[in-house]
Write a protein that binds this ligand. Structure first.
Ligand code: SF4
Ligand code: SF4
Length: 420
């Protein structure tokens, strides 16, 4: 069966490669230095930047997003991003362009904030919660904690009206404090939260998970307690806070495609572009085996649709036996592939399998109910729209043979005016 061509909708860009001005204990990307041994400092050149943006803007559809990440992207300096925006405008063809920017917040000042505001960048700020949690693993290079600088940065950005999401790593330690983390973010004004469970291989003993990794059981409890907090904040059936995992799961419950790739059947929906133009299958698989090419020689759209990327995407659907007969498979999809391999003790089953089972068992009834309420609300909105449309048509006296006012190009009688 022929494969459907994937559209280029988003790219994840690492303009400073793995370089970072912090030294967090759980960072999995710093070690990627070994992939680029030719230099100690990694920076995207203007030539690579221009070629990348030129390609994205000419090959993407009507909506495209750039996710700037690292390492730490602010190491490029503000002028680099001013250039990036200029190039997006130069090569754009009227598309809607989004820019996401993931940062540790250490060097953000008023100039950065002014820029983020002007160009509507959506900021993902790495903040693990209150001081005792954040400083546990998020250190500056000298070993001192970074919490007060990051919190000042969050306040500064929020006060200036920059859109900020909290990116929060869930570790062996922080998993104990979901209530504290949730209310901390909320009180600060960070109502968009993404919690990322941590599992990495222990560098001292590759047969097990690193000690800061969160266990399946602890993460399961964390999800259940967090879900209760999220739901207790609903006002008139609408969430007051946005927790990415719950929002994404909810998409699946109402029959839509979830935005989070971990909940999709297959991977490979985006590509990662490193500072030197090398292109890889996924943020967690920046490794020689999954290098798709380099943008200075190859076209992004071909790399996204290459056999190698398809193979990468399909490997998510190669599920371990327990998943194949699991009642939660339609929502969980076996989780992220990275979480199947970081802890060798898991034997290819997702490290968080137990967490997902605990969570779905805990939240399924409520998610079903919320989904049913949402669908019925959507149906009544649609009915009101149709009612409004029919009154408009009566007023305008659209004839049965006139072009349909909905813009379909069909005759009214063959389109909205059909008797059904
Ligand atoms: S490996 Fe994980 S992060 Fe990468 S595309 Fe697949 S689900 Fe997404
Ligand atoms: S809950 Fe576990 S067994 Fe079920 S689909 Fe998810 S990872 Fe697989």
């Amino acid at each position: 069966m022929p494969f459907r061509q994937k559209q280029l909708n988003s790219v994840l860009v690492k303009p400073a490669g793995p370089d970072c001005n912090m030294g967090c204990t759980y960072c999995f990307y710093l070690e990627k230095n070994t992939l680029f041994p030719e230099s100690k400092i990694h920076r995207m050149s203007e030539d690579v930047l221009e070629e990348m943006i030129k390609q994205v803007m000419s090959q993407a559809g009507q909506e495209v997003s750039f996710a700037w990440q690292g390492g730490e992207p602010t190491l490029m300096g503000l002028a680099f991003f001013e250039k990036a925006v200029e190039l997006q405008q130069k090569y754009g063809r009227g598309q809607s362009v989004g820019n996401g920017f993931q940062t540790n917040g250490i060097v953000i000042d008023k100039n950065w904030i002014q820029f983020f505001k002007e160009y509507k960048f959506l900021i993902g700020l790495s903040l693990d919660g209150p001081e005792h949690i954040h400083n546990r693993y998020r250190h500056l290079r000298g070993g001192e904690g970074s919490w007060s600088r990051v919190v000042d940065c969050a306040k500064f950005m929020l006060d200036e009206g920059v859109a900020v999401n909290a990116l929060t790593v869930v570790t062996d330690y922080s998993a104990q404090f979901p209530e504290e983390m949730y209310s901390f973010h909320k009180e600060l004004g960070l109502s968009y939260m993404q919690f990322i469970p941590c599992v990495e291989t222990d560098p001292k003993n590759p047969n097990k998970a690193a000690p800061f990794s969160v266990s399946s059981e602890k993460y399961g409890e964390f999800l259940c307690r967090m879900f209760d907090l999220w739901q207790s904040d609903f006002e008139k059936n609408t969430p007051a806070t946005f927790v990415r995992f719950f929002d994404s799961v909810f998409y699946s419950y109402v029959g839509l495609e979830p935005p989070e790739c971990t909940l999709l059947k297959t991977c490979g929906v985006y590509v990662v572009i490193e500072h030197n133009g090398d292109v890889y299958s996924c943020d967690f698989f920046v490794e020689p085996e999954w290098k798709l090419g380099n943008i200075m020689q190859d076209k992004l759209i071909y790399m996204l649709n290459s056999d190698r990327q398809r193979e990468f995407g399909q490997s998510k659907a190669c599920l371990p036996e327990p998943c194949k007969k699991c009642v939660w498979l339609k929502y969980c999809r076996g989780g992220c592939m990275k979480d199947r391999i970081r802890d060798p003790q898991d034997k290819n089953l997702n490290h968080f399998c137990g967490s997902f089972k605990m969570f779905f068992k805990h939240a399924d009834d409520r998610l079903q109910r919320l989904a049913a309420e949402w669908k019925s609300h959507q149906a009544s909105v649609r009915e009101e729209e149709l009612q409004g449309q029919s009154e408009f048509l009566k007023e305008k006296k659209v004839g049965r043979n006139d072009p349909c006012p909905c813009g379909s190009g069909l005759k009214y009688k063959k389109c909205c005016g059909g008797s059904g």
